[in-house]
Design a protein around this ligand. Sequence first.
Ligand code: NAD
Length: 479
Amino acid sequence: MTGYPSLCMMIDGERVAAEARRTHQVVNPATEETLGELPLADAADLDRALDAARRGFRLWRDAPAQQRAAVLSGAASLLRQRADHLACAATLEEGKTLAEARMEVMMAAALFDFYAGEAHRIYGRTLVRPAGQRSTVTKEPVGPVAAFAPWNFPIGNPGRKLGAPIAAGCSVILKAAEEAPASALGVLQALYDAGLPKEVAQAVFGVPDEVSRHLLGSPVIRKLSFTGSTAVGKHLVRLASEDMKRTTMELGGHGPVLVFKDTDVEAVLDTMVPHKFRNAGQVCVASTRFLVEEEIYERFVDGFAARARTLRVANGLLPEAQMGPMANARRPAAMEKLIGDAARRGAQIRAGGTPMGNQGFFFAPTVLSNVPTDADVMNEEPFGPVALCRPFRNEEEAIAEANRLPYGLAAYAWTADAKRQRRLGREIEAGMIGINSVAIGGADAPFGGVKWSGHGHEDGPEGVEACLVTKALHEGAVP
Ligand code: NAD
């Protein structure tokens, strides 16, 4: 495939090729063609990475803030310069449209710029003590980080996993998704080219369970950072707890969207339909359960279905594509199962509902109405292009449904009533809430969930704070 790089791991400054190692075939989800063969780490590779991460930490924790900042802002500039090339790799590997992939590069660059600033703002404090005594509170980097990034944001997720530890003075071993390695390697290369010492950040790939057990079983690693499903997250937290490692867990969501009758239905649809189908719905903060006040419910569902039917679904490289394929063969299979279950339980399929074409992992933008709350799709994260609609009678009922699930990542609400806006902001159990807006992110904004959606944050000052430990030093008078 032209333009797709040869794949490797980056361990202790060396490009590690397949040689006799096991490999993983990276597949273009739009065409099912093989893009490349990715080497998978064996135990010796992981031990080498751990040894380098130990050395990298000693080096980087002592690096001045200016140096850390220069690396991050230099990498941000390089990402912008290389945006077209990186976006193309992301689309080839993951399927999203080029426009979305390009936006992702820009977001990663903005995050690196923000973290470059944060590297200068790691402050401590001095306590008030009698003369001759001195007590200081300092923030220190937590140590080498094992970071696991999923495939749905192949540039943005590695950017988050690398940026915060580097700003804080940690070293990091990144295991990005085996499905989308070239994008992650492109982000890492920008950091190297901006001057990052190669022991400070490394990239390994492998059999996920083998890699996570090996890295989390090592005392070298002091922090786990994971983005992915709640089921895998719980398993990794258990492994990390054996050695009391710090954890930042960005897990699943099941985003409720509360739509009240005092809003402009057409304007809400114009925002929410593209939001729903962004990245074919494979977004942890996706809008999923559309809870609509009964007076406007039918109009809302009709409008949603009509818009879904006109979306142009195509290979993300094509300029006309508004939605690409799903990222891998597991996703359309999961969609069919969830939609079949919902239909059997009485949900109506108002648009889509089936795979598309005979090549690639395409799935039609789908709208289901009157989905019963005991349908699997109303309880498991669907992670796909399906909107689930249900009517509600009043605010209490809508809030109760929003909070019914153990997930609490993102939630959205549309209402013109200022008092209600405040009530919803207080009552909805979610880490991020958008009221009359879907713009819930930004380099300066903490990104993270509550309940089964995880704990800790990425982005914002909180992202760097999560890579720091606090030390209190109390010094008496010299005897
Ligand atoms: P999955 O749950 O097996 O994998 C999710 C991610 O976790 C992948 O990147 C995978 O490589 C990684 N992973 C899996 N087992 C691991 C282990 N033992 N150690 C370390 N990493 C491990 O399944 P999947 O089919 O890739 O995705 C399915 C579900 O995962 C989706 O339905 C969605 O709920 C969730 N997911 C969430 C996000 C997110 O942004 N929160 C991203 C991707 C997938």
